[in-house]
Design a protein around this ligand. Structure first.
Ligand code: HEM
Length: 505
């Protein structure tokens, strides 16, 4: 009797179980011994299944895989196989071989589709299509646009300063929850340039704390969809309440898209001019050339909000913490700001961005809180690549992370120390190539100029006006403890709070 006829003779359940067992065993043998990446060192379980990564990002821990792989690199060396078809490379000089202008590496669809940002520039996998989609959006971040939006951002900042003044006037301790204040400012600025109105977090009693906490919980949905990409389709045929309960991230994304669509429709219908991304994309100049479809514009509105809110907010929090926890830095910065702006109401981008100490402070904040803290996976181009003695064939996924550069003690000595001086020393030029908070190459952050504008205006405004001391907050409370693509402090961290005092002049 042949194996096949024995199988056919079996009752259905044992037959199906046998077929499944054979299928799974063959996949395991293939992934462990025959797969093109099988020679790359790493845990066997990671080579077998993506669920290894899911364990550290989703089930056992929240967004901790990047920290786990740091340990794997200590054990296995600079290249580690972290999933059946994916390697992590922790080698500062290798980063720029993947991320550079004209790079043939493309974004890994498995990761980037999980965000649910459809055909936006952020998620487009192929570089050619991406270049077409990015061109009209890129112009929005021109110098002219940034200068046009500056007064609008300053208005939001004024509201934020009003909240600090009110908080310190109301209680003798003069305490202020700067963490939620900065996040609220960033979110309100971000909705203003994306959707043309502030979300209103600065008007909320708790500075949007509850809203932000819910948002972070929902971000976990990104990992859920990465590991179980079929789940949204399954949930879409079940009652809405089940979908909302199991994957609240989907509802959040729908709400955001609705907000984006509402704003887009009203700007389009009114034909008004203004400073938001939608005004720019609907301008007669833009409509004449290769224009994006309405749906693509709406989707890109969502992406610009999402990509601009948490990133700026966390960099602001980290930088403010670095300043407040180092009184010398705070004093040096204040002296520079006071000299440049004898009147604190006269702050402007064109002067702020030329202040060497402020520039160094912001660089240091971006080093400690890069926009994408975790992996930014890319697919190897045709012909594959070589890394040391290993060949990584076409369509392997290569993951690099700014974290492996910015926190590397051989490049940045004492990496957890907030030390703006490292950017002012004569050797600082050598460090620049390892500072990649916005990524590099054609897929780097399109909103970088706007991000700098926000960072300079907010930090300049705060530290020109107030002297602050830490209250009940430590580095453990602000440092990255979870990776949801952007970094977040670990669960249970205390909110960064300061005791603030208005400067006399
Ligand atoms: C501190 C602030 C920011 C940091 C550190 C940052 C960092 C980054 C990084 C690292 C990427 C590349 C991600 C990847 O390779 O997958 C990126 C992409 C992007 N960022 Fe930012 N970002 C910041 C602020 C902003 C702002 C204010 C906007 C406003 C619209 C923005 C919009 C985008 C968009 C649309 C992309 C996708 C670009 C593309 O693929 O062409 N970002 N950002």
């Amino acid at each position: 009797m042949t194996f096949l006829s024995t199988l056919i003779a079996l009752p259905p359940i044992p037959a199906i179980s046998t077929v499944c067992a054979i299928y799974i065993t063959s996949i395991c043998i293939y992934r462990l011994y025959l797969h093109p990446l099988s020679r790359i060192p790493g845990p066997k379980l990671a080579a077998l299944t993506l669920l290894y990564e899911a364990w550290y990002n989703l089930f056992a821990q929240d967004g901790r895989f990047i920290f786990h792989t740091e340990n794997l690199h200590k054990k296995y060396g600079p290249i580690v196989r972290i999933a059946p078809n994916e390697v992590s490379i922790s080698d500062p000089d290798f980063y720029n071989k993947v991320h550079y202008p004209g790079s043939q590496f493309e974004k890994d669809p498995v990761t980037y589709e999980a965000f649910g940002f459809g055909d936006s520039i952020f998620s487009t996998p192929t570089n050619e299509l991406h270049a077409k989609r990015r061109a009209p959006i890129k112009d929005y971040f021109s110098r002219r646009s940034i200068l046009a939006i500056e007064p609008v951002l300053l208005n939001t900042i004024k509201k934020f300063l009003g909240r600090i003044d009110a908080a310190i006037a109301m209680q003798p301790e003069r305490l202020f929850d700067i963490q939620n204040g900065l996040r609220a400012t960033s979110v309100d600025m971000s909705t203003t340039f994306s959707f043309n109105f502030p979300l209103g977090m600065l008007d909320m009693e708790d500075l949007g704390k509850r809203f932000s906490e819910d948002g972070q919980r929902r971000l976990k949905g990104f990992w859920v969809v990465k590991y179980f990409p079929w789940l949204p389709t399954v949930l879409s045929v079940l009652p809405k309440s089940v979908e909302k309960w199991m994957l609240p991230a989907i509802q959040s994304l729908k709400d955001l898209t609705m907000m984006s669509r509402g704003s887009f429709d009203s700007i389009k219908a009114s034909g008004e001019t203004g400073t938001s991304i939608f005004h720019h994309l609907l301008s007669p100049e833009n409509m004449k050339r290769d224009r994006l479809s309405d749906d693509d514009i709406i989707q890109n509105g969502v992406v610009c909000f999402a990509a601009g809110a948490e990133t700026v907010s966390y960099t602001l929090i980290m930088t403010a913490f670095g300043i407040v926890s180092n009184p010398d830095v705070e004093e040096t910065l204040y002296r520079e700001l006071r000299e440049a702006f004898p009147d604190p109401n006269e702050l402007c981008l064109s002067k702020l961005e030329k202040l060497p100490y402020l520039v160094a402070v912001v660089k240091e904040g971006l080093r400690l809180a890069p926009g994408a803290f975790g992996y930014t996976p890319r697919v190897t181009p045709k012909g594959g690549i070589k890394y040391n003695e290993y060949t990584l064939p076409h369509e392997s996924v290569i993951s690099t992370s700014a974290f492996y550069l910015h926190y590397n003690p051989t490049i940045f000595t004492n990496p957890e120390k907030f030390d703006p001086e490292r950017w002012l020393s004569p050797d600082s030029k050598n460090l620049e190539k390892y500072l990649v908070p916005f990524g590099r190459g054609q897929r780097m952050c399109v909103g970088m100029s706007l991000a700098f504008c926000e960072l300079y205006l907010v930090l300049g405004s705060i530290f020109r006006r107030y002297q602050m001391n830490l209250h009940n907050t430590s580095w453990e409370d602000v440092k990255q403890g979870m990776d949801y693509f952007s970094g977040f402090p670990a669960k249970g961290s205390r909110d960064f709070t300061v005791k603030a005092q208005k400067r006399g002049d």
